[in-house]
Design a binder for this molecule. Structure first.
Ligand SMILES: Nc1nc2c([nH]c(=O)n2[C@@H]2O[C@H](COP(=O)(O)OP(=O)(O)OP(=O)(O)O)[C@@H](O)[C@H]2O)c(=O)[nH]1
Length: 136
Protein backbone atom coordinates (compact mmCIF):
# COMPACT_ATOMS: atom_id res chain seq x y z
CA UNK A 1 0.00 0.00 0.00
CA UNK A 2 1.23 3.53 -0.76
CA UNK A 3 2.66 5.54 2.14
CA UNK A 4 0.00 7.62 3.87
CA UNK A 5 -0.44 11.30 3.06
CA UNK A 6 -0.11 13.48 6.16
CA UNK A 7 -3.00 15.87 6.72
CA UNK A 8 -3.12 18.60 9.38
CA UNK A 9 -6.61 19.10 10.82
CA UNK A 10 -7.72 21.71 13.36
CA UNK A 11 -10.60 21.57 15.80
CA UNK A 12 -11.31 25.23 16.51
CA UNK A 13 -13.03 25.12 19.90
CA UNK A 14 -14.92 27.93 21.61
CA UNK A 15 -14.96 28.19 25.41
CA UNK A 16 -18.46 26.58 25.42
CA UNK A 17 -17.15 23.53 23.52
CA UNK A 18 -18.63 24.39 20.10
CA UNK A 19 -16.39 23.30 17.23
CA UNK A 20 -16.07 24.62 13.68
CA UNK A 21 -16.98 22.36 10.75
CA UNK A 22 -16.67 23.19 7.05
CA UNK A 23 -18.29 21.65 3.99
CA UNK A 24 -15.99 20.32 1.28
CA UNK A 25 -16.32 22.42 -1.87
CA UNK A 26 -17.31 21.15 -5.31
CA UNK A 27 -14.48 19.57 -7.28
CA UNK A 28 -12.85 17.76 -4.33
CA UNK A 29 -13.39 14.10 -3.46
CA UNK A 30 -16.34 13.80 -1.05
CA UNK A 31 -17.68 17.24 -2.08
CA UNK A 32 -20.57 18.24 0.18
CA UNK A 33 -19.31 16.19 3.13
CA UNK A 34 -18.47 18.05 6.34
CA UNK A 35 -14.98 18.07 7.85
CA UNK A 36 -12.78 19.83 10.32
CA UNK A 37 -10.76 22.48 8.45
CA UNK A 38 -7.27 21.51 7.33
CA UNK A 39 -5.37 20.03 4.43
CA UNK A 40 -2.34 18.15 3.19
CA UNK A 41 1.09 18.77 4.63
CA UNK A 42 3.51 19.90 1.91
CA UNK A 43 6.92 18.22 1.47
CA UNK A 44 9.36 19.50 4.11
CA UNK A 45 6.63 21.39 5.97
CA UNK A 46 6.10 20.89 9.73
CA UNK A 47 2.60 19.56 10.47
CA UNK A 48 1.70 22.50 12.71
CA UNK A 49 2.89 24.94 10.00
CA UNK A 50 0.59 23.22 7.51
CA UNK A 51 -2.25 23.66 10.00
CA UNK A 52 -1.54 27.39 10.34
CA UNK A 53 -1.24 27.80 6.55
CA UNK A 54 -4.48 25.96 5.81
CA UNK A 55 -6.44 28.04 8.34
CA UNK A 56 -5.17 31.28 6.78
CA UNK A 57 -5.87 30.04 3.22
CA UNK A 58 -9.31 28.53 3.88
CA UNK A 59 -10.73 30.72 6.64
CA UNK A 60 -8.52 33.80 7.10
CA UNK A 61 -7.91 32.77 10.72
CA UNK A 62 -4.53 33.00 12.50
CA UNK A 63 -4.19 30.19 15.02
CA UNK A 64 -2.55 30.93 18.37
CA UNK A 65 -1.96 27.75 20.37
CA UNK A 66 -2.56 24.30 18.89
CA UNK A 67 -2.51 21.18 21.09
CA UNK A 68 -1.81 17.90 19.30
CA UNK A 69 -4.80 15.66 20.11
CA UNK A 70 -4.83 12.41 18.14
CA UNK A 71 -3.78 10.75 14.92
CA UNK A 72 -6.12 8.66 12.74
CA UNK A 73 -5.29 6.69 9.59
CA UNK A 74 -7.91 5.95 6.96
CA UNK A 75 -7.80 4.34 3.53
CA UNK A 76 -10.17 5.96 1.02
CA UNK A 77 -10.56 4.85 -2.59
CA UNK A 78 -8.81 8.12 -3.55
CA UNK A 79 -6.11 8.21 -0.85
CA UNK A 80 -4.54 6.70 2.25
CA UNK A 81 -4.42 9.53 4.76
CA UNK A 82 -2.90 10.04 8.19
CA UNK A 83 -4.87 12.77 9.94
CA UNK A 84 -3.13 14.77 12.68
CA UNK A 85 -5.80 16.45 14.79
CA UNK A 86 -5.07 19.54 16.87
CA UNK A 87 -7.35 21.35 19.31
CA UNK A 88 -7.09 25.14 18.89
CA UNK A 89 -8.64 27.38 21.50
CA UNK A 90 -7.00 30.66 20.60
CA UNK A 91 -7.11 32.39 17.25
CA UNK A 92 -7.32 35.80 15.63
CA UNK A 93 -10.01 36.74 13.14
CA UNK A 94 -13.54 35.56 12.41
CA UNK A 95 -13.71 32.57 10.03
CA UNK A 96 -14.51 33.63 6.45
CA UNK A 97 -15.49 31.45 3.54
CA UNK A 98 -12.39 32.10 1.40
CA UNK A 99 -12.85 28.97 -0.76
CA UNK A 100 -16.63 29.31 -1.12
CA UNK A 101 -17.24 26.58 1.48
CA UNK A 102 -20.09 26.61 3.99
CA UNK A 103 -19.08 26.39 7.62
CA UNK A 104 -20.88 26.07 10.90
CA UNK A 105 -20.20 26.11 14.66
CA UNK A 106 -21.63 22.93 16.13
CA UNK A 107 -22.29 21.79 19.68
CA UNK A 108 -23.44 18.22 19.28
CA UNK A 109 -22.91 17.95 15.59
CA UNK A 110 -26.03 18.71 13.56
CA UNK A 111 -24.57 18.83 10.04
CA UNK A 112 -23.72 15.87 7.90
CA UNK A 113 -22.57 13.64 6.47
CA UNK A 114 -19.12 13.91 7.96
CA UNK A 115 -16.00 12.52 6.22
CA UNK A 116 -15.86 8.86 7.29
CA UNK A 117 -12.44 9.10 8.99
CA UNK A 118 -13.67 11.99 11.14
CA UNK A 119 -16.89 10.39 12.38
CA UNK A 120 -15.34 8.75 15.50
CA UNK A 121 -13.84 12.08 16.51
CA UNK A 122 -17.27 13.50 17.26
CA UNK A 123 -17.99 10.72 19.77
CA UNK A 124 -14.57 11.16 21.36
CA UNK A 125 -15.12 14.91 21.59
CA UNK A 126 -18.52 14.42 23.18
CA UNK A 127 -17.29 11.81 25.66
CA UNK A 128 -14.06 13.64 26.48
CA UNK A 129 -15.56 17.02 25.78
CA UNK A 130 -15.61 18.17 29.37
CA UNK A 131 -11.99 17.14 29.85
CA UNK A 132 -10.96 18.67 26.55
CA UNK A 133 -12.82 21.92 27.13
CA UNK A 134 -11.98 22.26 30.83
CA UNK A 135 -8.26 21.61 30.51
CA UNK A 136 -6.40 24.88 31.39
N1 LIG B 1 -9.39 18.72 6.30
C1 LIG B 1 -9.84 17.51 6.60
N2 LIG B 1 -9.51 16.44 5.84
C2 LIG B 1 -10.00 15.26 6.20
C3 LIG B 1 -10.84 15.10 7.34
N3 LIG B 1 -11.21 13.79 7.44
C4 LIG B 1 -10.65 13.14 6.40
O1 LIG B 1 -10.76 11.95 6.15
N4 LIG B 1 -9.89 14.02 5.63
C5 LIG B 1 -9.16 13.63 4.42
O2 LIG B 1 -7.91 14.25 4.39
C6 LIG B 1 -7.57 14.65 3.08
C7 LIG B 1 -7.43 16.16 3.09
O3 LIG B 1 -7.12 16.56 1.83
P1 LIG B 1 -7.71 17.88 1.12
O4 LIG B 1 -8.04 17.50 -0.25
O5 LIG B 1 -8.76 18.53 1.96
O6 LIG B 1 -6.40 18.74 1.23
P2 LIG B 1 -6.03 20.11 0.54
O7 LIG B 1 -6.95 21.18 1.07
O8 LIG B 1 -4.54 20.24 0.80
O9 LIG B 1 -6.43 19.84 -0.94
P3 LIG B 1 -5.78 20.07 -2.34
O10 LIG B 1 -5.09 18.78 -2.67
O11 LIG B 1 -6.98 20.31 -3.20
O12 LIG B 1 -4.86 21.24 -2.20
C8 LIG B 1 -8.70 14.19 2.15
O13 LIG B 1 -8.38 12.92 1.62
C9 LIG B 1 -9.87 14.05 3.14
O14 LIG B 1 -10.76 13.07 2.68
C10 LIG B 1 -11.19 16.22 8.14
O15 LIG B 1 -11.94 16.18 9.13
N5 LIG B 1 -10.66 17.40 7.72
Amino acid sequence: MAAPIDVAVGILMKANGDVLLAQRPEGKPYAGYWEFPGGKVEPGEAIVDALRREFVEELGVRIGSAEPWCCVEHVYPHAHVRLHFFVCREWEGEPQSLEGQAFSWEGSVGVGPLLPASVPLIGWLERGGAAVTRRR
